[in-house]
Design a protein around this ligand. Sequence first.
Ligand code: GLN
Length: 488
Amino acid sequence: MPSEIKRAETFVEKPRTLAALRADITAGTVTATDLAAGYYDRIAAVNPRLNVYLSLSKDRAMEQAARVDALAAKGDPLPPLAGIPVGIKDVLVMRGAPATAGSKILEGYRPPYDATAVARLEAAGAVLLGKLNCDEFAMGSSNENSAYGPVRNPVDTERVPGGSSGGSAAAVAANMAVATLGTDTGGSIRQPASFCGVVGVLPTYGRVSRYGLIAFASSLDRIGPFAGNVRDAATLLGVIAGHDPKDATSSPAPVTDYAAESDKPVERLRIGVPAEYFAEGLDSEVRAAIEEGIDSLKAAGCTVKPVSLPHTKYAIPTYYLVATAEASANLARFDGVRYGYRSPQSDTLSAMYRHSRDEGFGAEVKRRILLGTYALSAGYYDAYYLKAQQVRRLLAEEFLRAFAEVDAIVTPTSPVPAFKLGEKTGDPLSMYLADIYTVTASLAGICGVTVPCGATAAGLPVGMQVLAAHLHEGTAFRVARAVEAAQS
Ligand code: GLN
């Protein structure tokens, strides 16, 4: 960020790298306990302003930190994330900790188990600090749909951090965690990462187990990491990725060493640039920043060539049909009986369902349940849901054709930088339309990374989206590393 830009309030503070923290913990110059306590101090100081954490899991965190310190004191080899403080988006469950999904309807719900991704982080030594704010049931692009108030962007507190994983992105940007987990159904990792100036990863569909994720749209939902730099994000993905018998859609493909792959030079990699992502609606400063990023890839020895993704124009309606249809089915389970909130003012069973759902869900969630139920209803199914599935297939095939010619595709992550709080809340359609560059990869199931790539004149971060074919995360990391290297 250009240093001449002065803000009344800025909370940007880059976390230290995993390598640096690991060296300190191994050498005993820092204990995991002190590190965790330091992060809790930072959270106490900054959270009232940014509203990033919804709950803290201090007891569990401090117990884990003590275990790591005991290992380090014995001189035992430390697991890859030993003592690293991380935060978890509040749509992933942690045993005994509140899980709200940003919704009032889950108030008071404490799940009895850990999500696989969460358990894997902890098994690798990570210290779980707490649960992070997000749009209700991960529906949104600004974090303004949280029942617990919006998150503020640490770069500029008058602006949104993006969504739905706004808390996960802001936590890393403001150094309230070294890394975090978020989820991405149509852009919810990539877009907030780009708005807050951090790295965010969309793993291939099935690469990370969804066990323990509160479902939004099951054929699109993915869990992925946020970090302050590409290599750390790659390390985190390596920890959480891999087959899980508890998720039938998780891929049995072996997990490669993403961090090592990210170290490889990009010389002679073929990079595709789709004209459809540089058309009308793209902010001119975002375009300029991305074009500079592309130039830096050329300078690093990549071959840059145009690719064509003509079905991009159908992506928004396709996504908003598939996602809402699946959401309407997934959210049927919140009925006031099994989880969280139950309306007190009901004297019959059906009134209890109605009131609990009416009082428990926010406006955006209701809008989506209605849209999705309509799209799935008899007589409309073929025209909407089935048609959307057909377009989805075409989009996926189009990406596959492009990846026969190029190793990675680069685009802006979002057509605009972080917007002002309240700017789009009255116009859901304009909010949906801004998801145009992220929903395509979601529908196609391919992977990607968003990496900081310059800033606007006002100092707002711009993110470059690097997309790669299914299970080619290593290639996406490698290209993102080259973009990152050119920034410094
Ligand atoms: N912004 C998109 C939506 O509102 C994506 C959300 C997500 O990826 N969870 O549906």
